[in-house]
Design a protein around this ligand. Structure first.
Ligand code: GYE
Length: 332
């Protein structure tokens, strides 16, 4: 829109796997396709994604890529491999390239001011997707699109209240925490505690970070099962860690969903299957398909329209008490 691509020396800067690569192409006469792009003054977006740690994340990336392509936008995508420094480098390269807008899914909540000031000085709007940041300078980004993580944590707590409504003895809860310093982990943890504190018999006896990853979920659950003998509940911040934890339980002959009640967040197909098999008791959905909302909002920002500061997408809850045959295929 505001910038015209110099197509004869089209240079895409892509950061991946910790490296910086420059691709240049399109020397000589301008092709028909390039001419079309030039005529339409293609919008170019930079997208600094967290990583590829879960099926949720893969689906989220796919949704944004597909929607950008459907709208004829060019998307410069980077996979930051869970590192904030990679995202900061990517944002700087997007600024150098003079993209029209930057989509940022921040790995952690703090430490963004410097680079976001640079984007602001370059007049490039920042739209946060999926994860939020903590800052005293809210005008450093235009909008946030994603789930309400605190609400997800509360829904998990409410399931537990119902499940254990007749219990009078202490209910021992283990929490598999997501990435430390990330907004989903923080929101899911706070929301959950806000609800369970209403009943004195709920006790979180252990909380450890598995970084939202399957392998770490499994490893940590193995340790926890060695250390704690009386566990009633596993509350896991995402399905990847949950699936790892289930493997750890089965290794020692435990029956997930029966010996330990399991609550998990995301709603991947594999976990819905586990819910159907009785291995999981409650799944809180976190919708990864944010592409349409983000791209619509980005278009509005670029057209100078007013946009909401926060757009929360709706999340559902699936429990062992529901008619599970009604759940449509998840697609992730
Ligand atoms: O729950 C998890 C992913 O930020 C909401 O990140 C997202 C979380 C999601 O790795 O699976």
């Amino acid at each position: 829109m505001k910038k015209l691509l110099h197509l004869q020396s089209l240079v895409w800067i892509v950061i991946g796997c910790g490296g910086l690569f420059l691709f240049s192409g399109c020397q000589g006469a301008i092709s028909k396709q390039e001419q079309e792009i030039k005529d339409k003054r293609t919008i170019v977006l930079g997208f600094a994604q967290v990583g590829a740690e879960s099926s949720w994340r893969l689906s989220n990336t796919k949704s944004i890529k597909e929607e950008a392509a459907a709208e004829g936008m060019q998307l410069m995508y980077i996979n930051a491999e869970q590192k904030q420094e990679n995202q900061i480098k990517a944002i700087r390269s997007f600024i150098a390239y003079q993209v029209d807008a930057i989509l940022l899914s921040p790995v952690i909540e703090t430490g963004w001011e410097n680079v976001l000031h640079e984007a602001k000085a370059a007049n490039i709007p920042i739209i946060l997707t999926d994860r939020e940041i903590k800052t005293d300078e809210p005008d450093l980004y235009r909008s946030f699109v994603g789930s309400d993580f605190k609400k997800e944590g509360k829904m998990a707590g409410k399931f537990l209240q119902k499940k254990f409504q007749d219990k009078t003895r202490q209910v021992n809860i283990v929490e598999l925490y997501g990435t430390i310093g990330s907004s989903p982990a923080e929101g899911r943890s706070i929301g959950f505690r806000e609800v369970i504190k209403e009943n004195a018999h709920f006790k979180v006896i252990c909380s450890r970070s598995g970084d939202f990853m399957h392998s770490k979920g499994k490893e940590i659950m193995r340790d926890i099962l060695n250390e704690y003998k009386a566990i009633d509940v596993l509350y896991s911040h995402n399905d990847s860690m949950t699936l790892g934890a289930i493997e750890a339980m089965e290794e020692v002959g435990m029956v997930p969903g029966k010996d330990i009640v399991i609550i998990t967040i995301d709603g991947e197909q594999k976990v819905i299957d586990a819910l159907k098999d009785g291995k999981v008791n409650c799944v809180i959905e976190c919708n990864p398909k944010l592409g349409k909302e983000i791209i619509d909002l980005t278009k509005k920002v670029l057209n100078g329209e007013n946009i909401p500061r926060t757009v929360y997408v709706e999340d559902e809850v699936f429990t062992e008490w529901d008619d599970l045959s009604l759940i449509s295929p998840r697609g992730y």
